[in-house]
Every structure is written in C-alpha cells, then in structure tokens.
Design a protein around this ligand. Structure first.
Ligand SMILES: [Zn+2]
Length: 218
C-alpha cells in the first residue's frame, strides 16, 4: 500500500490514490485541504473544504480569490446557495466565503490543475465589509515545481498565500481601514479557515520527516 510519504520519497512514483472526501473533511485542519500529495507542475489538485454558518450573524469572512487556473467545484452535500451534487466552475476571480443570514453548510471539493511550467499568478483581495471598496490585495505564485512538490513537505501555495494575506490584514489596522468610507473592517476569522494550523503542522511535519530521513542515513 502506498502512503503519501512513500510517494514523496520516490520521485518517479505518482501512483493513483483514493480518499474519502467526508473522512478528509472531518479530519482536515484547514479549508482547501489537498486530498493527495501531488501538487507539482501539471498535477490535478483536488482540495476539500467544509464551511457552515448558523445564520445568526456568524462571522465567516469573505475574500476575492483570483486564480490563473480554472477551479471546478463539486458539492458533496450542502444546503443554501449550493445544492448537494452541484458541479460548478467559477470565474477566475470569484468571491469565497461570505456572511449569511441563512444557516447553511457545505462540504466541497475544489479541483484545479497546476500549470505545466512558468508562474501561476494568484491573489487574495479583502474588501471593506461596509462598502466593498478594495482594502488590500496580496499576489503570489500559486505553482510548485515538480521537484519542490516531491522534496520537502511544502505547503500548497494557495494556502500559504491566503494565510500570509490574512495575517497581514489582521495585524495592520491601516490595511483594514477603508479609504472610501473610513470603516475599520473586523479581522479576518482565520480560526474558521485553519490556514495557520495547516502552516504550523506543515512546518512540524516537514522537520520531522527530514529528521527521520537523516536518522536513517546516519
Ligand atoms: Zn468602506
């Protein structure tokens, strides 16, 4: 049986793998959790997300995601705007999240195919929660080379970029202050998105894996 670690240790291996999206969603530490260890050039990268609102003013947060590649979404069970079983392709620049006055839940698998080569521009934009004026945009390269994706356990660039963007927004009130209406938007609720957990655990896991490889070689 192949495990994610085996696959990463053997650069030639890219064996088919399968995963239960519900199990992954239940155990995931982040929104947009990659389901498979293939995140390099040309790879198809399905990621699972689990979002919900109580419809009573719960602050989920909202941002505009700009991607160079198409994202195909599949609902594995949802209420509200997205129906169970829906398949959708969003605009390359699309809203993500959003507070709702109606209760909903959604387990979604969002899949994108990485570019074969070159930069893969991606961006996260936060808006004023009162008047929707752009507050702050952060751009990054959404691609990993095949070598990068098979070496150290690097984070999916979408997750690192989104986490970096939200941290910059949250730690700088000037970035959250609207130039149009003066409103100070509340910090982005990172605890709901989990990107920080994913980044921390990615760092720990990467160190541990390196330590094990070194121990085996000594
Ligand atoms: Zn405003």
């Amino acid at each position: 049986m192949s495990t994610a670690a085996d696959v990463r240790l053997d650069p030639a291996a890219k064996v088919p793998m399968k995963v239960n999206a519900f199990e992954a969603a239940r155990q995931g530490n982040t929104q947009l959790l990659p389901l498979f260890p293939y995140q390099g050039a040309g790879d198809i990268v399905p990621c699972v997300a689990a979002l919900a609102s109580d419809g009573k003013g719960m602050h989920i947060g909202y941002f505009v995601h700009t991607n160079a590649v198409d994202e195909v979404g599949v609902s594995f069970g949802s209420t509200g705007r997205i129906r169970s079983g829906d398949v959708f392709v969003g605009h390359k620049s699309h809203g993500v999240g959003g507070d709702s006055d109606q209760a909903f839940f959604a387990v979604l698998v969002i899949t994108q195919r990485q570019f074969e080569s070159g930069d893969q521009p991606e961006g996260v934009t936060f808006q004023c929660e009162k008047c929707a004026t752009e507050l702050f945009r952060y751009d990054f390269d959404g691609g990993l080379s095949d070598e990068e994706s098979r070496g150290d356990l690097l984070p999916l660039p979408s997750l690192k970029g989104s986490n970096d963007a939200a941290m910059m927004l949250n730690t700088d009130e000037a970035k959250r202050t609207c130039k149009s209406c003066g409103h100070v938007t509340q910090p982005f609720p990172l605890h709901i998105w989990g990107w920080g957990h994913y980044m921390r655990r990615t760092g720990i896991t990467s160190n541990a894996r390196r330590a094990l490889v070194e121990a085996a070689q000594s």
